[in-house]
Design a protein around this ligand. Structure first.
Ligand code: GLU
Length: 487
């Protein structure tokens, strides 16, 4: 039987959870699901200054919100833990001791100033600024002197010379690097904390990861990691580096391009199904024209050989289109729930509202739902609902109310509406129709003017429905006040 597929997602909890991280997590999750494998969640928190518990919590919350659960790792446990790098320092130390004793690594006592001077000198000569190996062969006496002088050592890896580093990449085929450009690099800092390139190798190997699928940003780290795999006698996993995500202007996706974190999209009222669907298409292409995928369909269709080498372009219009597709499946009550924080923030409603107010709002949201790409957009549509002070959206709208017959139409409508016993969309439509007959005017002189008089706008939700939602009293008062404005 072939070995079980084990993939991992290994975020550094140093800030908001970027959309690119979510895509890496998704691809790994899909592979695990597809192959009946396991997804490990490992927290790479060796950057002590920038790592926070809060960021770790955010990442985990966002993963679960997206529906990307993990089989093993932080919170889930497993046989190869701990799964937080700062809790694995003794594991790294064992391997460092081994490398040191085998002469594959050495203590380096160079100070920052010395290293900097070396770099400057090399650059001045037009050479690659990599470490020249001063501490590779220092004597015990020199070592003792450095220690006595209070210097603290880093551990450097002794990079073998003249070696072609070749590895297979599932996305990029064969990748090769020359070891001569690498230079002996630090694997453990002077405070005893391993660097990413070192910890990641030990972790991926001791956690029996079979496929390392991550962002292209890490492709340039892989040669160092391959050298470490070899030095430690570890089996090299399959690598797959998924392409960069660019903004529409084809520069690297950044804050300039709008929201970049999963949390920002969640707060704007995007739906997890839509984000997952969109992320799947960022760098992976299905075998057909299909664009809307459920998670189950993605599991079936996904394969690494349809992951593109070219950068993926983050197209917000496409995300909006996908999201609106999923929004249409929600009930008005669900959309309203997503929109509430935005309505509070915009000052339209209070944190608490009566059930009746809420029911009314839900009904109104039902009339505009199909126009929404994401829930926060509700704010752009609700003024007609909340604001009884009718303002004309433009001169054209105002013009609609200028015909000689309009006051008569309005008065007739107001009379009939106030006499109406049971308000309903149909009843309103009947009133409008009866006015055209009684006053012998075309529909154009009735429907549009009444709409403008109540909403200030020439287009909008079904008028009968809208009037039924805001009620008789508010409709009549809006009409009365509009009449004073046109007379
Ligand atoms: N901790 C790294 C990051 O967040 C991931 C490294 C990897 O996947 O190997 O970028």
């Amino acid at each position: 039987m072939s070995e079980q597929v084990r993939v991992r997602f290994a975020p550094s909890p140093t800030g908001p959870f970027h959309i690119g991280g979510a895509r890496s997590a998704l691809f790994n999750w899909l592979i695990a699901q597809k192959c009946g494998g396991k997804l490990v969640l490992r927290v790479e928190d060796t950057d002590l200054e920038r790592s926070t518990k809060e960021s770790e919590e955010n990442i985990k919350k966002a993963l679960l919100w997206l529906g990307l659960n993990w089989d093993e790792g932080v919170d889930a446990g497993g046989s190869y833990g701990p799964y937080r790098q700062t809790e694995r320092l003794d594991i790294y130390k064992q391997y460092t001791d081994k490398l040191l004793s085998e002469g594959k690594a050495y203590y380096c006592y160079c100070t920052e100033e010395e290293l900097d001077a070396e770099r400057q000198a090399l650059m001045a000569e037009g050479k690659t600024p990599c470490y020249q190996g001063r501490c590779r062969n220092i004597s015990e006496t020199e070592k003792a002197e450095f220690i006595a002088a209070g210097r603290r050592a880093t551990v450097r890896f002794h990079v073998p010379e003249n070696q072609q580093i070749i590895f297979k990449d599932l996305v990029r085929d064969t990748v090769s690097f020359d070891s001569n450009g690498v230079g002996d690099f630090v694997i453990v800092k002077s405070d005893g904390i391993p660097v990413y390139n070192y910890a990641v190798v030990i972790d991926d190997s001791t956690m029996h990861i079979t496929h390392v699928i991550r962002a292209e940003e890490h492709l340039s780290n892989t040669p160092r990691q391959v050298l470490l795999y070899e030095a430690l006698g570890f089996k090299i996993p399959q690598f797959g580096h998924i392409s960069l995500i660019l903004g529409k202007d084809r520069t690297k996706m950044s804050k300039r391009h709008g929201a970049t974190s999963v949390d920002q999209y969640r707060k704007l009222g995007y739906l997890p199904e839509a984000i997952v669907n969109f992320l799947a298409l960022l760098g992976w292409a299905p075998n057909s024209e299909q664009e809307i995928f459920t998670l189950d369909e993605l599991i079936n269709e996904f394969s690494m050989d349809r992951v593109a080498k070219n950068p993926a372009v983050f197209d917000i219009d496409k995300l909006n289109w996908i999201n609106s597709h999923y929004m249409k499946k929600l009930s008005p009550a669900q959309v309203t729930e997503l929109a509430l924080p935005h309505l509070v923030e915009a000052g339209y409603i209070q944190e608490t509202m009566s059930q009746e107010e809420k029911d009314n709002l839900i009904q109104f949201v039902g009339t505009i739902q199909e126009h929404l790409s994401y829930a926060a957009q509700v704010v752009d549509h609700v003024d007609v609902y909340f604001n009884d002070n009718v303002e004309f959206e433009n001169d054209e709208a105002k013009q609609v109310l200028q015909d000689a017959e309009i006051p008569q139409v309005m008065n007739s409508f107001m009379n009939k509406l106030s006499e109406l016993e049971e308000l309903s969309a149909n009843a309103v439509q009947s009133i409008l129709k009866s006015i055209t007959k009684e006053l012998k005017v075309g529909g154009k002189k009735v429907y549009m003017p009444v709409r403008v008089a109540i909403t200030g706008k020439m287009h909008g939700p079904d008028l009968g429905q809208f009037i039924t939602i805001i009620g008789k009293e508010r409709t009549l008062s809006r009409l009365a006040s509009t009449l004073t404005k046109i007379n």
